[in-house]
Design a protein around this ligand. Structure first.
Ligand SMILES: *Cc1c(COP(=O)(O)O)cnc(C)c1O
Length: 451
């Protein structure tokens, strides 16, 4: 992680975010949302969610034209919680789904069909049929899937927008597992492979009902310039398809361009960097035609919409020392911070210390490991990290964990899914909580495990 040298403005958004977080952690401890029975809880700052969505609308609104507003969708895998999807839908953000479960969550949240986009490399025939019946947007991953669709749509004009996902093959970002635009990525049609571009042009020429084009140059670890290059490659292909359609049938064919998600998140401070504004301005500079009103722009941001809003609060159960190393054993480990535990170099998290009353820790920093409850040695969320010395009964908070972390738990050691509470802070500085997902009970866990 690059050290962060900026000093945040005293009344800037980063300072307010931190102030709200501190109030919420203290209130959660005081109100018993985290206690001996539930030693782990996730909190989501709803004000931050509102502000982030507002920043997204503003950024793309300023880049585009008023008569062709973009369709923003949220990648459900980044926060698969129905009340969160409902909140986002109320703020004008639909859903990008990649499985029957995610589609069901979006529908349970009341997201209308014209704001749902289905992407997945492994759609079954039943999924394709359901998508066609619902009239949602569908991005086709490969030629075999397209052949299936030919059969399913035979003789009819699909209601939803259908398009191909392409992979512009621009290379990896800094995290291989998150790089969707490598030469050999499993996603989409590999555009630079021999014959592929001609195949895509033919596929559109033969199917006037293909009216969309999709790429997702993700994700965390990807430089913005490379993301913009992926969007540029997609735009150029769309222009080529449209020119061919104009020549052959007298009208353009591709009406919407789905530019995916993948805006990286800054995990080393409370500052938002990069911003949606920076990305939209870069896109407008590199791909001006994207915003001139001829295309509807579709986006699918996930992590960047929620990460900063979330904090996971775990009680410190014990502290110990081993081989000269100080260790705080907490209740947050691989079950909620899976990527951080298994790939710590790629997914470092900030950990904040709070005392037994939920007040920010003020002790002198000492080096310590922050461990989780799982029964394997590598279950650490921070190694040799300088923090105020954590003591039993204190709390360790994992910051920037609003996306993917608590909403995507790992079932190791039969640890229950923790509760997720949304919060707002009133003018008096008093946090108010609402349940987003209640904690899984042990009885539910037994039932789920065949008991
Ligand atoms: C995961 C995913 C996204 C969201 O990616 P983030 O990095 O969370 O923004 C968007 N589109 C597709 C197709 C995805 O698979």
């Amino acid at each position: 992680m690059a050290p962060n040298s900026e000093t945040p403005a005293p009344d800037g958004p980063a300072v307010r975010l931190r102030a709200r977080r501190d109030l919420a952690v203290a209130a959660a401890v005081r109100q018993g949302l985290v206690d001996d029975e539930q030693p782990l809880v996730a909190l989501l700052d709803l004000r931050t969610v509102h502000d982030t969505v507002h920043a997204l609308h503003t950024a793309f609104g300023e880049a585009g034209t008023a008569d062709r507003p973009p369709l923003h969708t949220f990648a459900v895998k980044a926060g698969s919680l129905v009340p969160v999807l409902r909140l986002l839908n109320g703020l004008g953000v639909g859903c990008e789904v990649a499985s029957p479960g995610e589609l069901a969550l979006a529908r349970a949240a009341g997201v209308p069909a014209d704001r749902i986009v289905l992407d997945s490399p492994a759609k079954t025939t039943a999924e394709l049929r359901e998508a066609l019946e619902l009239g949602i947007t569908l991005n086709v991953d490969n030629s075999q899937e397209l052949t299936r669709l030919d059969r399913l749509t035979a003789g009819t004009t699909p209601r939803g927008a259908l398009g191909l996902r392409i992979n512009p093959q621009l290379g990896a970002g800094s995290i291989d597992a998150m790089s969707t635009a490598t030469a050999t990525s499993k996603f989409g049609v590999a555009l630079q492979d021999p014959g592929a571009r001609a195949w895509v042009l033919r596929a559109y020429a033969d199917r006037p009902w293909l009216t969309a084009l999709h790429c997702h140059v993700g994700s965390q670890g990807m430089p913005l310039e490379q993301m913009a290059a992926g969007v540029a490659a997609t735009y150029e292909l769309a222009e080529e398809i449209n020119e061919a359609a104009l020549a052959a049938r007298g009208r353009r064919q591709i009406a919407s361009l789905d530019i995916g998600g993948g805006l990286p998140v800054n995990f080393d401070s409370d500052e938002v960097s990069p911003t949606y504004g920076e990305y939209a301005r870069l896109l407008k500079d590199r791909v001006p035609g994207l915003f001139d009103g001829r295309y509807r722009v579709v986006t699918e941001f996930g992590r960047s919409l929620l990460a900063k809003a979330g904090v996971i609060v775990a009680r410190v159960e014990y502290t110990k020392s081993a081989g000269g190393r100080r260790i705080a054993v907490t209740h947050a480990g691989a079950q909620v911070a899976t990527r951080t535990v298994f790939a710590p170099e790629s997914w470092p998290l900030r950990v904040a210390a709070y005392d037994a009353d939920g007040r920010p820790g003020t002790g002198a920093p000492v080096r310590q490991d922050v461990a989780g409850p799982c029964c394997f040695a590598g279950d650490l969320v921070a190694r040799d990290r300088e923090l105020p010395a954590l003591e039993p009964g204190d709390h360790a908070a994992l910051l920037d964990t609003g996306a993917y972390y608590a909403s995507t738990p790992f079932g190791y050691n039969s640890l229950p899914r923790p509760a997720v509470h949304g919060f707002t802070v009133g003018p008096e500085g008093v946090p108010e909580f609402t349940v987003i997902r209640r904690a899984q009970t042990v009885a539910e866990l037994v039932a789920e495990s065949g008991g």
